[in-house]
Design a protein around this ligand. Structure first.
Ligand code: ADP
Length: 463
């Protein structure tokens, strides 16, 4: 069939442009990320592309010996998670995890004026309820004032743009008064509602995940968050940090938070679809790496390729299905479902095309092309994440002589099996059989928001 052949031609061209051979492409990306990191750390001006920021963690990271029951809050845009869990020490897994998601009332979220105080008041009140429902039997830790872990997820789940409070949290990285204000307000609110806990510092959730990785393994040196958005936390040797930055860091382990989504390089395999996606996005020119790898964008890239195939090859019939024009209509969980469809004649793809785009007439051959487009987009994204991880390990000088554990957290990594497999195999391919034993990539332990528990634990221990 002619249509099918034309669509195949578009697919093949796209796949060629997205190709990421390990030596000719991925290593260039890894090396460039490593040198950008180096440059940004040694620059006294700071404020580079990657927005590398020495974190506010004053206490050492967990040792694995932490014990007791702890509470945490993970603020995530339009909602927050309350978490409670018990640590047993000796690197034993967390137990008795209780988690509750609370929506932030729209009056607070959508307020025109700064509603930080109202938000903190609301969170403290909800925490008080949560603690009374899930109160613990650990009397020893009840007796003294405890630390409350408080983390903020970097990519707030598509908060309404008009929400002044969400805009404010997104400035956490560039404006450290935001974090300090949040810390002060939440502590005031906790006192007001007689919750016997204090927040030492508000940090990014990814740093909490790094703390979690550290609890389980001393070789844990970086954490990557890979969901709707993406960011990284890793441990830097103190001598690498310029004096200006160093003032902030009082601990031996210097934790750096890095918005690697901002990374950009001429080696990134950008196609016409990526270029138009970026141009039509709310932040053209920025987050180029993120637009290739994170859950927010993968489905949108697929949609753009399908739209081209519909227009130029009439893949779905003479009429372009109108819904195919809607940006961001295809989300990564649906893309993953189509991609991972093993049913006969691509039944899942058929259902998803109907459900999402009102496409009712797809043939098995057409559905196969759709699944292949998903494969190309996922493979490229996952392999670039792998290259980024290798770049970070290289920057830390650990590739050839030390074991490094990298913790990954986030729905994209957790739920998209083929994506995860591509990610792992790109790292093997880049490092070869000998060196790849040095880089261990693990899913984070304890689930969403658990990072706050490990922060609370390590901060309590040394307070
Ligand atoms: P967030 O990144 O929004 O803070 P998560 O880390 O839980 O939260 O990641 C959720 C994101 O992960 C979703 O928005 C989506 O992009 C991606 N995701 C979740 N489930 C799947 C799935 N089954 N397949 C592919 N991507 C998924």
């Amino acid at each position: 069939e002619r249509r099918w052949r034309q669509a195949q031609a578009i697919l093949r061209k796209f796949a060629r442009q997205c190709a990421t051979p390990a030596h000719a492409k991925l290593w260039h990306v890894a090396n460039e990320l490593a040198s950008d990191m180096e440059a940004e750390l040694s620059s006294t001006e700071g404020g580079g592309n990657l927005r590398m920021l020495v974190s506010y963690v004053d206490a050492p990271l967990p040792t694995g010996e932490e014990k007791g029951t702890y509470y945490g809050i993970n603020l995530r845009g339009t909602n927050f998670l309350l978490v409670r869990a018990t640590l047993e020490g000796k690197n034993e897994p967390v137990t008795q995890v209780k988690r509750q998601e609370v929506a932030i009332p729209s009056a607070i979220l959508m307020a025109d004026t700064d509603s930080t105080r109202e938000l903190c008041d609301f969170m403290a009140l909800e925490l008080a309820k949560f603690v009374s429902v899930h109160s613990d039997t650990d009397t020893e830790s009840q007796a003294r004032e405890r630390k409350l872990g408080f983390t903020v997820s970097f990519t707030m789940d598509q908060s309404p743009a008009s929400s002044s409070i969400a805009c404010k949290w997104n400035r956490l990285s560039v404006d450290d008064t935001v974090g300090k204000e949040l810390t002060t307000e939440i502590n005031k609110a906790l006192e007001k509602h007689s919750v016997n806990m204090r927040v030492p510092a508000v940090v990014y959730d990814t740093i909490g995940n790094l703390a979690g990785g550290r609890y389980y393994s001393k070789e844990s040196v970086a954490a990557v968050s890979l969901g709707q958005g993406t960011d990284v936390a890793y441990i830097e040797s103190p001598q690498q940090i310029t004096e200006t930055l160093n003032e902030l860091s009082k601990s031996a382990d210097t934790v750096i938070h890095m918005q690697w989504g901002n990374f950009t390089s001429s080696h990134l395999p950008l196609t016409e679809y990526d270029i138009s996606l970026d141009a039509e996005s709310i932040d053209p020119g920025s987050k180029i790496f993120e637009k290739l790898i994170s859950g927010m964008y993968l489905g949108e890239i697929v949609r753009r390729v399908l739209l081209k195939m519909a227009k130029e090859a009439a893949l779905f019939g003479d009429l372009v299905p109108p819904k195919l024009f809607t940006p961001y209509l295809l989300r990564s969980p649906d893309m993953a479902a189509m991609h991972q469809d093993i049913s006969e004649d691509y039944g899942v793809v058929e259902d998803k095309l109907k459900e999402i785009f009102d496409i009712n007439n797809s043939t098995p051959m057409v559905r196969e092309i759709v699944a292949e487009v998903c494969d190309v987009v996922a493979e490229r994204g996952a392999r670039l994440v792998g290259a980024g991880i290798v770049g970070i390990v290289k920057k830390m000088g650990r590739i050839s002589n030390k074991k490094s554990v990298i913790t990954i957290e986030g729905g994209l990594y957790e739920h998209y099996r083929i994506f995860r497999n591509y990610l792992h195999s790109s790292v093997w391919e880049m490092l070869g059989s000998e060196l790849s034993d040095n880089v261990i990539i693990e899913h984070s332990h304890g689930g969403s928001g658990a990072g706050s528990i490990f922060l609370a634990a390590s901060q309590t221990q040394y307070a």
